[in-house]
Write a protein that binds this ligand. Structure first.
Ligand code: 13P
Length: 274
């Protein structure tokens, strides 16, 4: 058992939104690299003022490296997350990993419905919603990804697509207020992922504001507590401008999370918002 266990009290909710920076390593990181990256990150963070983090930090290595990363994180403030989970419980599902297993190896969070899975593994809105529900059932906080393709944006459909992706989630959200507030939404415009092509602050705030209004409409006050992350070519150079936006509560970082100095610089870009 890693750092999972009693700490996973989904009933405990902070009164304000704490900024959250998540490193999605995607399919990168053999055991040795994962160990080194984790050690470098922890050393870098320890060197920050008093080692205090002004945001929550989560690492999502590939499944094969979860255990080694968890061992190195120990009781550190940095938390562990999975990149995907099965919608099913333990049983005959070859190749799948369920939420209980992620918890068992020390995860607190899990990414759900990343666009790379939506595009390549046929994960459509209903399945993404079932996976979100499975994450809650198994005591994990889901980070549900939404976002439009370039064609959809060019056709003026960006907000419609995001609305459909969000609306699919609500029927399967747990009813307990403490759990609902643990939902994390990540807006990742597909055309900005790994392309170096940045969404402008105006484009980002437009969609984040739209997501916030949708959450408030559907969840009432609980919607105010849900964190909305931005992802898509976030780098040290643009992170501060993005994190300063009103409805941005952190970032989901791909490529730049694979180099400790880049990831640390992004963490440093988190403003003292609250
Ligand atoms: P990049 O930061 O490499 O664009 O990836 C974003 C992403 O997909 C994070 O989940």
């Amino acid at each position: 058992m890693g750092s999972s266990g009693d700490n996973h009290d989904l009933g405990l909710v902070e009164m304000r939104r704490r900024m959250l920076i998540v490193g999605n390593w995607k399919m990168n990181g053999l055991i040795e690299t994962a160990r080194e990256l984790t050690e470098d990150l922890l050393a870098g963070l320890a060197g920050r003022v008093g080692g205090a983090l002004r945001c929550e930090v989560v690492l999502c290595p590939p499944a094969t490296a979860l255990q080694v990363v968890n061992q190195h994180l120990g009781g550190a403030a940095v938390k562990l997350g999975g990149q995907d989970l099965s919608e099913h419980e333990i049983g005959p599902h070859t190749g799948e990993i369920c939420g209980i297993m992620l918890r068992n190896v020390g995860c607190w969070y899990v990414i759900v419905g990343h666009s790379e899975r939506r595009a390549n593994w046929g994960e459509e809105n209903p399945r993404v919603a079932r996976k979100m529900a499975a994450a809650f059932r198994d005591g994990l906080q889901p980070i549900v990804c939404v976002g439009e393709t370039l064609d959809e944006r060019d056709a003026g459909r960006a907000l419609d697509v995001v609305r459909e992706q969000l609306e699919a989630l609500y029927p399967l959200l747990p009813s307990q207020t403490g759990k609902r507030q643990q939902l994390v939404v990540a807006y990742e415009p597909v055309w900005a992922i790994g392309t170096g092509r940045n969404a402008t602050p105006g484009q980002i705030q437009e969609v984040h504001g739209f997501i916030r209004r949708n959450l408030l409409e559907r969840l009432g006050d609980d919607g105010r507590k849900v964190r909305i992350l931005y992802g898509g070519s976030v780098k040290a150079g643009n992170a501060a401008d993005i994190f300063a936006l009103e409805d941005v509560d952190g970032g989901l970082i791909g490529g730049a999370s694979l180099k400790s100095s880049d990831f640390l610089a992004i963490i440093d870009a988190v403003p003292e918002k609250f």
